[in-house]
Design a protein around this ligand. Structure first.
Ligand SMILES: Cc1cc2nc3c(=O)[nH]c(=O)nc-3n(C[C@H](O)[C@H](O)[C@H](O)COP(=O)(O)O)c2cc1C
Length: 191
């Protein structure tokens, strides 16, 4: 088992794909996310894909024992300038457990990523830790899947800013994969 693990680590850090092997053995990182409508979950999956299978992905509400992971990445959608309720609850309960392992935070939002720095600062502040990397990604908003409350809230908001209330999908898989590769490089640097 040890030999397989070492092989996998070399494979992940050195690109020796000949060692690539069963996914379950190699998860040393966990991505915990809060997502209301799925784009943050999808973003987390794509980031994990960029990390060459080294990261497990779990919803904040379902996160069990994280003791076996060396590093934690936290991701959240943004709603009314706030993190997802499950991420807030997760941090309230488990901040101490994860803050020393925190590798990165990411947000998925409607705001253009280059204007979303405030959300990342707010996220890191709630973690009471300084993640090595922080990144904002664009998500999607699909009118047909919104709850009636969210639909009304967003309709009102868009009206107030005189902007059409229209569905969008601004997700960008390539950017998520790239972030995953950056994270992997950080982990390998630290080894
Ligand atoms: C009710 C609601 C409120 C939102 N408020 C914000 C906001 O304050 N700032 C922002 O940048 N995006 C906002 N958005 C856009 C979401 O952050 C975006 O759709 C994101 O992709 C949602 O992630 P999810 O699909 O994982 O739920 C809001 C979306 C909804 C549905």
């Amino acid at each position: 088992m040890k030999i397989i693990s070492i092989g996998l680590l070399i494979a992940a850090c050195g690109g020796l794909s000949v060692f690539a092997a069963p996914a379950e053995e190699q998860k040393s990182v966990v991505i915990v996310y809060g997502s209301r409508y799925g784009s943050t979950a999808r973003t987390a999956e794509w980031i994990a894909e960029g990390m060459a299978g080294k990261a497990a992905v779990v919803a904040a509400k379902e996160a069990g024992d994280l003791g076996g992971y060396e590093k934690v990445i936290l991701g959240s959608g943004i709603y009314g300038d706030m993190l997802h309720a499950d991420m807030i609850a997760f941090l309230e309960k488990r901040r101490e457990e994860v803050k020393d392992k925190l590798l990165a935070v990411f947000v998925v939002c409607g705001m253009p990523p280059d204007q979303a720095g405030g959300y990342l600062e707010m996220f890191a502040g709630k973690c009471r830790a300084k993640p090595l990397l922080a990144r904002a990604f664009s998500g999607w908003m699909k009118k047909e899947i919104l709850s009636p409350e969210d639909f009304q809230g967003l309709e009102k908001y868009y009206k107030s800013v005189n902007h059409p209330f229209a569905s969008y999908d601004h997700t960008d898989k390539a950017k998520c994969l790239e972030f995953g590769r950056e994270l992997l490089a950080k982990i390998c640097e630290a080894k």
